[in-house]
Design a protein around this ligand. Structure first.
Ligand SMILES: *Cc1c(COP(=O)(O)O)cnc(C)c1O
Length: 367
C-alpha cells in the first residue's frame, strides 16, 4: 500500500509537502463519522493538539471542517460580546480579522502597525487608554504569513493582563513549530489548521480555548449557525462527534501527522525549518536578493523577497519552477513588490539548495 507518490516541493505556506505516510494514511475503510470508533480518533486528535500548547485538563481543542479561516472566523464571531475589541493589523491576516469583525458587526478598534517591524507597545497601550471604551478582547496574528513577521505574543499577553482583556491569537502558521504556551503567554483562544506546520492535509481547522472561557459563551446569542464555537464544543463534549460531517480522511491524515510531529519533536522541527531558512537567506544574499523583516523579528518560516528588478515577471518564474515540481508563492503586500518562499513541510535544507541553484540559473537566463 505504501507506494511512493511523486514528490513535489512546496515552498508555499501550506498546504505543504507531506510525507508518503501521511498521504497513505487517508486510504482507510469507509466509516460513518458518527461511529464511536471515529469519535475516539477525534478525541485523541483534540487531546494531542491541546497538548502542543496547553494542559488538556483546562484547555480544549474544538475541531471544524474547513480551512484555517473557518477557525479564525469562529473565534472572532463567537467570543466577543457587545464590548469593543482591539485587532492588531500588521499584515493581510490581521486585516482579515478586521474584515471578519466587520461582517458580523462586531465593535472593533483597528490598531495598524508596520508590516515589517515590531509592534509599538506604547502606541498600542495609548490606543487602549484613550479609546474611552471598555475593551474586552485583543486579537492578533502570532506569525504574519504575509511577511514572516513574528509578533511578540508574550508581551501582548502581559498588556492584556494589565487591561483585563482576553487574547485571541491566529497561530495558523506558528503552531507546531514556534513554541507557544497558552497559559504563560496569557492566550485564551488560539486558532490553527491541519496543513501548515502540522504537515497534514488541508480541511481541518481548530480553536484551542481555555475551558472556563468557553463556558462563559454558553448563554451568548450566536452570530453564526455553522461556526458557533460554543455549540461545536458542547456537541463534541456530549457526543464525541462534530455537529456536521467532518472531513473523515483528512482527520486520519491529521492523526498520522501528529504522530510524526511527536516522533520528530516540535523543537527539532523548528530547528529543521530554521536550518532551511538559514540556507535560503545565505543563498539569497549571494544572489544579491533582499528580503524584508529584520532577523530579530523574523519567524524563519516564510520569507518575503523583493523582486530582483523592475518589470520582473513572477508568473514566468513560477511557471519555470512549477515545471520542475517546485511551487513558489506570490507576495501579498500592496506596498512592495515581493514574492514569498516558505520553508515548512517535509523538506530540508537540501531542497532549499536545489531551489537556489535553479533560481540562480533562472535569473541568469532572464536578465
Ligand atoms: C494560512 C493562514 C490562515 C488561513 O488561511 P486558509 O486559506 O483559510 O487556510 C489564516 N491566518 C494565517 C496567519 C495564515 O497563515
Amino acid at each position: 500500500m505504501s507506494t511512493a507518490v511523486k514528490r513535489n516541493i512546496l515552498l508555499t505556506p501550506g498546504p505543504t509537502t507531506t510525507t508518503d505516510s501521511v498521504k497513505w494514511s487517508q486510504v482507510v475503510p469507509d466509516i460513518c463519522p458518527r461511529e464511536a470508533e471515529f469519535g475516539e480518533i477525534m478525541e485523541h486528535i483534540t487531546t494531542e493538539l491541546t497538548r502542543v500548547v496547553a494542559d488538556s485538563d483546562h484547555y480544549q481543542t474544538i475541531l471544524f471542517g474547513g480551512s484555517g479561516t473557518a477557525a479564525v472566523e469562529s473565534m472572532i464571531c463567537s467570543v466577543p460580546g457587545n464590548e469593543a475589541i482591539v485587532i492588531v493589523n500588521n499584515g493581510a491576516y490581521g486585516k482579515r480579522m478586521c474584515e471578519i469583525a466587520k461582517v458580523y458587526g462586531i465593535d472593533y478598534l483597528e490598531f495598524r502597525s508596520p508590516f515589517d517591524d515590531a509592534i509599538d507597545m506604547a502606541e498600542l497601550e495609548r490606543l487602549i487608554r484613550s479609546s474611552g471604551r471598555t475593551i474586552s478582547h485583543l486579537a492578533v496574528v502570532h506569525h504574519e504569513t504575509t511577511t514572516g513577521l513574528l509578533n511578540n505574543v508574550k508581551e501582548l499577553g502581559e498588556l492584556c493582563r494589565k487591561y483585563h482583556m482576553d487574547m485571541m491569537v491566529d497561530a495558523m502558521s506558528s503552531f507546531a513549530a514556534i513554541p507557544i504556551q497558552m497559559k504563560e503567554m496569557n492566550i485564551s483562544f488560539l486558532a490553527s489548521s491541519s496543513n501548515k506546520n502540522l504537515q497534514g492535509m488541508p480541511g481541518v481547522s481548530f480553536v484551542i480555548a481555555e475551558k472556563s472561557k468557553l463556558e462563559h459563551l454558553k448563554d451568548k446569542k450566536p452570530r453564526s449557525y455553522y461556526l458557533n464555537l460554543y455549540a461545536q464544543y458542547q456537541y463534541f463534549a456530549d457526543h464525541a462527534q462534530m455537529r456536521f460531517t467532518p472531513p473523515v480522511q483528512t482527520l486520519y491524515a491529521l492523526r498520522q501527522a501528529i504522530q510524526e510531529l511527536k516522533q520528530e519533536g516540535i523543537a527539532e522541527r523548528y530547528e529543521r525549518y530554521t536550518t532551511s531558512w538559514k540556507t535560503l537567506i545565505s543563498g539569497l544574499k549571494k544572489l544579491g536578493l533582499t528580503y524584508i523583516v529584520p532577523e530579530e523579528h523574523h519567524s524563519k518560516i516564510i520569507t518575503s523577497i523583493q523582486e530582483p528588478y523592475e518589470g520582473f515577471d513572477f508568473q514566468s518564474m513560477h511557471d519555470f519552477f512549477y515545471s520542475k515540481g517546485i511551487m513558489i508563492y506570490p507576495g501579498k503586500l500592496a506596498e512592495l513588490k515581493t514574492f514569498r518562499i516558505a520553508n515548512i513541510g517535509d523538506i530540508t535544507h537540501k531542497d532549499i539548495e536545489t531551489f537556489l541553484e535553479l533560481l540562480e540559473n533562472y535569473l541568469g537566463t532572464v536578465k
